[in-house]
Design a protein around this ligand. Structure first.
Ligand code: ZN
Length: 263
């Protein structure tokens, strides 16, 4: 009788110890490093500041670590190796060392979430790998001034977009169009694009028509690109916020080493 009591007590203590140590080990679940610049176009700095607040608010309860840097030289093997996701809010690698480190990180299964100007490249960009990574599209033109736009959700089953309506009006943004359209690549999955109903879009700089993917992934990598990222309106719409959160979650969850959301 006594023996059984002590056995049960011991079992209980072991269970408590096991539960507290495993729970402790679960949080924070992953690490994110966000790169941004304060030296770029002011509307892109405004967006970065809003994004930092938005993602910091998501870390409540130590869900994940959200580290920040304005130093692109932090794009090096040693610094990024422990991060499940690197975010580019308004900047991109420019030196050879930064470019090589980024390529290596991505080719080894790293995660990338890029907004707006983070995908900017033009005919003078001497970085073929990056253009390829983004789906082959070179920046062609933009709409101006920043305006809201009707977006088409092209895949209603994908984890990033399945909760969204088939169309929605996104808050004011400067919209970029790419040539050729990333859609032409077989390894590109377009999730959201500008509706044809927007055209002509703009008052000064005008997108007259054509195919304008807005959110897409290159399926060879663990990456998502979102064209949103100009000015102070981006995080003011619940539907768009849902898209951003689900895109973020999807990149993190796609880590081949470990899906951190599986308990
Ligand atoms: Zn812009």
């Amino acid at each position: 009788m006594k023996n059984t009591f002590y056995k049960q007590l011991l079992l209980g203590l072991v269970l408590i110890l096991f539960t507290t140590t495993t729970l402790k080990a679960q949080y924070p679940r992953f690490k994110v490093l966000a790169f941004y610049s304060k030296e770029v176009e002011s509307a892109h700095v405004t967006f970065a500041n809003d994004a930092i607040k938005f993602f910091k608010d998501l870390t409540i309860g130590k869900t994940f670590v959200f580290d920040l840097t304005t130093n692109m030289d932090d794009m090096n093997d040693e610094k990024v190796k422990d991060y499940q996701l690197v975010m580019m809010l308004n900047d991109f690698p420019t030196s050879e060392a930064q470019k090589l480190a980024f390529q290596k990180y991505m080719e080894n299964g790293g995660g990338w979430m890029g907004f707006h100007v983070a995908a900017y490249n033009d005919r003078t960009t001497q970085w073929p790998w990056f253009v390829d990574f983004l789906g082959g599209g070179v920046f062609d033109r933009n709409s101006w001034p920043p305006l809201p736009a009707k977006l088409n959700v092209e895949d209603t089953k994908h984890p990033i977009t399945k909760a969204l309506p088939k169309t929605f009006i996104a808050p004011a943004n400067e919209w970029y169009q790419w040539k050729p359209s990333p859609r032409e690549r077989k390894n590109v999955k377009v999730l959201v694009s500008l509706s044809q109903d927007n055209y002509p879009l703009g008052l000064k700089d005008i997108l007259p028509g054509g195919d304008t993917p807005v959110v897409w992934t290159n399926t060879d990598y663990r990456m998502i690109y979102l064209n949103m990222g100009h000015g102070s309106e981006i995080f003011k719409d619940a539907t768009q916020n849902k898209l951003i959160i689900d895109a973020f979650r999807w990149v993190v969850a796609s880590d081949k080493k470990r899906n951190v959301f599986n308990r």
